[in-house]
Design a protein around this ligand. Sequence first.
Ligand code: SAH
Ligand code: SF4
Length: 407
Amino acid sequence: MVVLVQGLVARRRGPVRRMLGGAEHRSGRTSNHVSTLPTPPAAIAWGRVGRYDLSRDDVAQLLDGEPAYRATQLWEGLYRHGSDPSELTVLPRPLRERLAHDPRLAPSLVELRRSTSEQGKVVKWLWSLAGRGRVETVLMHYRDRSTVCISSQAGCAMGCGFCATGQAGFQRNLTAGEMVEQVIRAAAAARAGGRRLSNVVYMGMGEPLANYERVWASVERIHDELGLSARHLTVSTVGIVAGIRRLARERLPVNLAVSLHAANDQLRNSLVPVNRRYPLASLMEACRAYLDAKGRRLSFEWALMDGVNDRPRDAAELVTLVRPLRAHVNLIPLNPTPGWPTRGTPPHRVRAFRDELVALGVNATVRRNRGTDIDAACGQLAAAEVGSVDSVASMASAEATGAGASG
Ligand code: SAH
Ligand code: SF4
């Protein structure tokens, strides 16, 4: 299963050789796409890119013939203000109009639906992606922060049976620009409500480390251009060891969240198929290496499933794995999905499980459900696409910092 999955990802990524300024470059194919453009930047020539896939050089080339400062104005308009080029009144009107009609500066995300709940504390978008696919983004406001949960893939190939995204299967990887644009759109919405977007979590649809290059390019762009510190960026993974090890070598120490859900290989194999490829021993070693390299507190996600992973012996096993790492555990009662019969652990047993962890010396937080009335939130995105789901839990509260859970 895992081999199949990886093959699928590899096939889709086949000719991608490297990233150019956050966008993909397909060597050898560019000449097929450039006939109407004079010296097109590679990122543009590749085809399926939006405004946030362009590098600074790409933007400069788009403005060829204009004074150099125009590129800076356009770049800052896009990133600092999240503006549409048509709204950039610092630019002369004829230029603005030309840019507004330039397909290379088109947005990647078309809003299909926006839902708001809890007095505006949770906003969820369903986007249609240019080309193919739909993804969701969730913005959550807490007392002390505003967090956006973004998708990294349309669907997911990892096949975790309890996850609505996994049940829907894999469609495609998002480009770096499509991820950045989710953040920009959420930041604009936060600003409009008098808030400042402070945190980004890669906990929406998809497995970030199965789309590594593009995810990392988006992390760098968000860090460098939006000014969010690595401390405020969290990558969540199902446990792709090769990706975690690679992450440990990157320049930015982002927070790492690992979706564990089981602390023995037999159970984890059945819940999280990628465990067959990367069993717990190798996963925990990679987590240790990440901790040693970055000094960031790790967090582990644990979706509590009735009678499956919520017994005292599950707590004891979990403690053996995470206590040596001094990691934080985020407990979320499993949300029902159409394709998975197991139910979430009832609240009193969730609390008992948490208490057991705490008594055994592990920091653990029960995450509050948010966005329940709008079918919102991370981790169970795309539920609306595959059927009806009554409630969904907040994952943004599961940021690796583990701080201020449900403010
Ligand atoms: N693929 C990554 C990130 C997206 S999933 C990962 O798996 O970590 C975000 C979180 O939602 C993961 O911890 C995932 O296990 C959890 N999740 C998925 N389906 C869920 C469900 N039905 N109930 C509760 N949590 C769920
Ligand atoms: Fe993919 Fe994460 Fe869902 Fe597993 S839990 S199917 S890795 S999105």
